[in-house]
Design a protein around this ligand. Structure first.
Ligand SMILES: [Zn+2]
Length: 1010
């Protein structure tokens, strides 16, 4: 009887689910609408077909504030962008006024701003919110549930649809639109909205990078002020053209910073290193939304992501059916409303797991993504926004055009950008002042593979104005005149259509989430590899711990073997890390740890083609094909750690072994007042092997401080009973500066982030400081990370009108991380002379990536040149490859056990070294297909035997030192295995090889221009 009742209740629950109808009523005639809104929106919408019946009205509900009632303007108003504090103020006012809206604090941003998630749903759904979250958590890990229990869960759980705006700060529209969307979802009584509110739980990240938001809004209003001043002062026409970024849009290449460290790469942070990104991912695991929809701006007029080829086989095939299901529905609806320029399929693929929104598809949900055309001003004089710098005009290329990996991947300037998706803000242009050409028609802009590779069958369409994946062609001039309100109309109509589909098939979304999870668990039970082992007992476990903790941030289950493990004919010691694949995130573990087997060399890809974590971080990860791994006894790891240890009890000083830990430099700076030497050669003491590069601390130092630091940093040390007899040199700590150009701060941002993480103090210097000269008085080492630093960039003239980046009372978010009265123009001859004097006085200059062009083009690197590039046939979207150390005894390679080491290939110039300086070649690319480890490199022979690390002592007049890394050893907190090349060069800055006897002033490149 009891059993029967439960069954009956279940039956009732299932049967009582209403059949979902396609609702077509987009307005409730009985609901009062905001006449002022309708009038304004009609005025700001530049063509009648740029709006839909979903968003041409806004209800008025007594007691519940519209955006205008709090902000003073409707969303999409010309010349208006909202600061983060005001955005929060609006949501809080809304939450206060209706139980349908709630604001949750989820942490702090990199700069300490409050991060929130805003919820909106029906009263009933809000009451059941916690229960629904718990249900989704169970579905996200259904192990131990019966089929009946799962069925009951799926039937009684609402789909949770998360929307994200403002990840890319220059893409300003989404954070505005979302305020209106939340208000509409909370208040509108139309059948369409009611169906969404009743059947779907919506949450949003109003601004994923609030730090960058505020800087961008400041920059926007500063631009408007400047425009106004110019218009007032000068006679119109010519005036307005000088003001930067007045259009808002992307904020323009001229705004030097978005977030604390990075611009656009916050959406390439595969290891989740940035604080704000990490907070959002941590929040994900409190709620498990099956859908995360990330709103960007770059394409014309609206692109909705469908997960095109190449598709990552570790992502569920169901994902690749539901993505086009959603995007086609939106395309269909918007086409029905007569909205031109909406398309899908033509732009981004489904290969990389490294986007912020990937947290959803990496964890068996669905990442969705839009690129909407940025808004321009539609008010009086609004077209002044055009042609006023990349902020206004650059919109169509924002996400898309900028970082597009050039066919010649090793070509100048190509490297260091973040692939097609990244880097416009960072390295897009040399001067940052050149207006971007608008995308012609959406066809080619969205053509993905695009441009130079048009003949390659990418499956991405033919670039016709009319395509099978686009409803109505983009009208002439639409791109150039698209207003802020058009932008809001498009994005909101699309999002509402996506929500409508979810509301029509609520349990489909939830059931798919369950199926994908189940498939992941089953894949680990039935398909090799069944797991991974990271052996204990390696000499350096610090990088292993780094890797394991990144897996843990992704909530991948990792265990520690409680006893010795024998699998696949190998034996691993107790304490080894075990990752079993029969877990909900088993496929993600495989995706991150395996070598990426790129499916088709003819297919281009939107982002990195390879990311194998063990290779990039420098940890030994063993793939296990033996099913026995699944039954190995383990203790779960929450956070992995390693304690360093000191052996021996001697009193003749101490030694700390350099086994390749990136913490070696942290140790040196942590004990900056303790004098240390560095061993030139390896030695053994107290039963410990100390490779060349190990620290040696003389007797009499504060041994307890040394031991504590060794323990904390996971290093290996010994208290010596006799001082070592090998040759040593002083480990004198360099005073370090990082040089940054104003128009390319992102790559330097990753260096800043990395230096901060390891406790390396540095000054961030710009052309202003360089031009003051006396660099050698202040610094021993200057690091110039990859950035435009060739002759053209150095001698770029300043803009006609200065572009200040300074903090003022009105614009308090500007002037962070450096400030300048004019950020345009290069350092000029004055700057080059200052660097020459720095070298002449014995300084060390370390250049990476495209910055190698600085010393090589300006006569500071003897016979080294970097002008060659690969051909158009070469294509290498950042794979991992083999590299060869040719000077293993050189300090740059202390801690490495080459000669062959894995390297994340990032393009960069191809270097040549003249005969007199051949001895300075430290490492090279062997090249060839056989040396591609993970991901794609087409034309791998083209880089064969090219050096990528060169030590150039006496670069200028026989003094000083230039160390060149044409690849980029510090990239997006990914290639930890390479960090030590830069760290070693820094720690041994004045102890590298002596220059050749006869200093060779450089060849043809010297002289001119200085
Ligand atoms: Zn974006």
């Amino acid at each position: 009887m009891r059993k029967f009742l439960v069954g009956a209740a279940l039956l009732v629950a299932v049967v009582s689910l209403p059949a979902q109808q396609m609702v077509t009523e987009t307005r409730d005639p009985a609901q009062q609408q905001d006449a002022d809104f309708e009038k304004s929106v009609k005025e700001w919408t530049t063509q009648p077909y740029f709006i839909s019946p979903l968003v041409d009205h806004l209800p008025v509900v007594k007691g519940i504030p519209t955006p205008k009632e709090v902000l003073g303007y409707h969303v999409g108003a010309p010349y208006k962008l909202t600061y983060y504090a005001d955005i929060l103020k609006y949501y809080r006012a809304l939450a206060k006024a209706t139980p349908r809206v709630r604001v949750d604090n989820i942490g702090k941003s990199d700069e300490g701003r409050e991060l929130v998630v805003v919820w909106v749903a029906s009263d009933e759904n809000m009451k059941g919110l916690q229960k629904n979250r718990e249900n989704l958590a169970k579905i996200a890990d259904p192990r131990g549930l019966t089929e009946a229990q799962v069925k009951q869960l799926v039937a009684s759980t609402k789909p949770h649809y998360h929307l994200m705006g403002g990840l890319h700060s220059g893409e300003t529209g989404p954070s505005e639109m979302l305020m209106e969307l939340v208000y509409r979802l909370a208040t509108e009584t139309s059948p369409l909205i009611k169906q969404i509110r009743d059947n779907v739980i919506v949450s949003i990240t109003p601004v994923a990078d609030p730090d960058g938001r505020d800087r961008n809004v400041d920059w926007f209003y500063k631009g408007l002020d400047e425009q106004a001043a110019v218009a007032q002062g000068a006679s119109g026409a010519q005036g307005a053209a000088g003001a930067p970024a007045a259009g808002g849009g992307r904020g323009g290449a001229a705004l030097p910073y978005w977030g604390k460290y990075v611009f656009h790469d916050n959406n390439r942070d595969i290891n989740l290193s940035q604080v704000s990104m990490r907070a959002l991912v941590d929040w994900y695991f409190t709620s498990y939304p099956p859908i995360m929809h990330d709103l960007h701006e770059s394409l014309s007029l609206l692109y909705t992501y469908s997960g095109g080829p190449p598709q990552n086989p570790n992502l569920d095939p169901i994902l690749f059916t539901e993505l086009p299901f959603f995007s086609n529905f939106e395309l269909s609806q918007m086409t029905k409303w007569g909205m031109p320029g909406v398309y899908t399929h033509g732009f981004m693929d489904g290969w990389s797991p490294g986007y912020l929104g990937s947290v959803a598809y990496n964890h068996n949900g669905m990442m969705r993504m839009y690129e909407t055309q940025s808004g321009r001003e539609s008010g009086p004089g609004g077209q002044g926004g055009r042609g006023t710098g990349t902020g206004a005009q650059g919109a169509p290329g924002a996400d898309a055009a900028g970082g597009q990996a050039p066919p010649a991947g090793a070509g100048r300037g190509g490297q260091g950008r973040g692939g097609r998706g990244a880097g416009r803000g960072a390295e897009g242009t040399t001067t940052g002042a050149a207006p971007q050409a608008p995308a012609p028609v959406a066809g080619r802009a969205g053509g993905g593979g695009g441009g130079g590779r048009a003949t390659v069958p990418t499956g991405r369409g033919g670039g016709q104005p009319r395509e099978w994946y686009r409803g109505i062609p983009v009208p002439t001039d639409a791109v150039a005149t698209f207003s802020r309100r058009n932008n809001t109309n498009y994005m909101q109509t699309g999002v509402l259509s996506g929500l409508q589909l979810a509301s029509m098939f609520p349990n489909l979304v939830v059931d798919n989430f369950y199926r994908k999870t189940l498939n992941s668990i089953n894949a680990g039970k039935n398909e090799a590899p069944y797991g991974y082992v990271i052996p204990a007992g390696g000499k350096d476990m610090t990088r292993v711990v780094t890797l394991v903790n990144i897996l843990r941030v992704q909530r991948i289950e990792v265990g520690i073997a409680s006893a010795e493990v024998k699998v696949d004919g190998q034996t691993f010691p107790a304490g080894s890390y075990i990752i079993k694949r029969d877990q909900p995130y088993g496929r993600l573990a495989k995706n991150l740890l395996e070598r990426q087997n790129y499916p088709d060399p003819n297919l281009t890809t939107y982002d990195d083609s390879g990311w194998t974590m063990g290779l990039a971080i420098g940890a030994d990860v063993k793939e296990i094909k033996d099913k026995a791994i699944l039954t190995v006894a383990t203790t779960p790891v929450d956070v992995a750690s390693v304690k360093g240890k000191t052996t021996g009890g001697g009193s003749a000083g101490m030694a700390v072994a350099h086994y390749g830990s990136t913490n070696m430099i942290a140790f040196r700076y942590k004990l900056k007042n303790v004098p240390m030497k560095i061993a030139d050669k390896s030695f053994s003491a107290e039963g410990v092997d100390f490779p060349a590069g190990s620290f040696v601390i003389a007797a009499g130092a504060d041994t307890s401080a040394v031991k504590a630091a060794v323990e904390e940093l996971g290093l290996t040390a010994a208290a010596l009973s006799a001082a070592p007899t090998v040759a040593m040199h002083d480990a004198d700590i360099p005073r370090v500066a990082i040089y940054s150009s104003w128009n390319s701060t992102q790559e330097t941002g990753w260096y800043r982030h990395t230096f901060d993480k390891f406790g390396i103090p540095f000054d961030l210097i710009f052309k202003e400081r360089v031009k003051q000269g006396n660099l050698r008085q202040a610094y021993d080492v200057i690091v110039m990370p990859t950035q435009p630093a060739n002759r053209a960039a150095v001698f770029a003239p300043p803009a006609a009108r200065p572009v200040p980046y300074v903090k003022t009372e009105k614009f308090k978010f500007l002037g962070d991380y450096g400030s300048s009265p004019d950020i345009t123009g290069g350092m000029g001859g004055e700057g080059v002379d200052a660097f020459a004097k720095f070298l002449d006085a014995g300084g060390t200059l370390i250049c990476t990536g495209s910055a190698v062009a600085f010393p090589t083009e300006l006569g500071l690197a003897r016979t080294v040149s970097a002008g060659d590039s690969t051909t158009n046939a070469f294509y290498a979207p950042r794979p991992l490859i083999n590299a060869e150390i040719v000077k293993p005894e050189h300090p740059v390679f202390y801690g490495y056990t080459g000669p062959i080491i894995p390297l994340k290939y990032l393009g960069g110039p191809l270097m040549s070294v003249g005969q007199p300086d051949q001895a300075g070649i430290l490492a090279r690319y062997p090249g060839g297909d056989a040396n591609v480890l993970s991901g794609l490199m087409r034309g791998a022979d083209e880089i064969a035997n090219r050096p990528f690390a060169v030590d150039v002592p006496g670069g200028y007049s026989g003094k000083g030192r230039v160390v060149l890394f044409s690849n980029n050893p510090i990239y997006r907190w990914q290639n930890h295995a390479e960090f030590n090349m830069v760290f070693n060069a820094m720690m041994n800055w004045n102890d590298l090889a002596a220059p050749p006897a006869a200093p060779a002033r450089t060849t043809a490149t010297s002289g001119g221009g200085r």
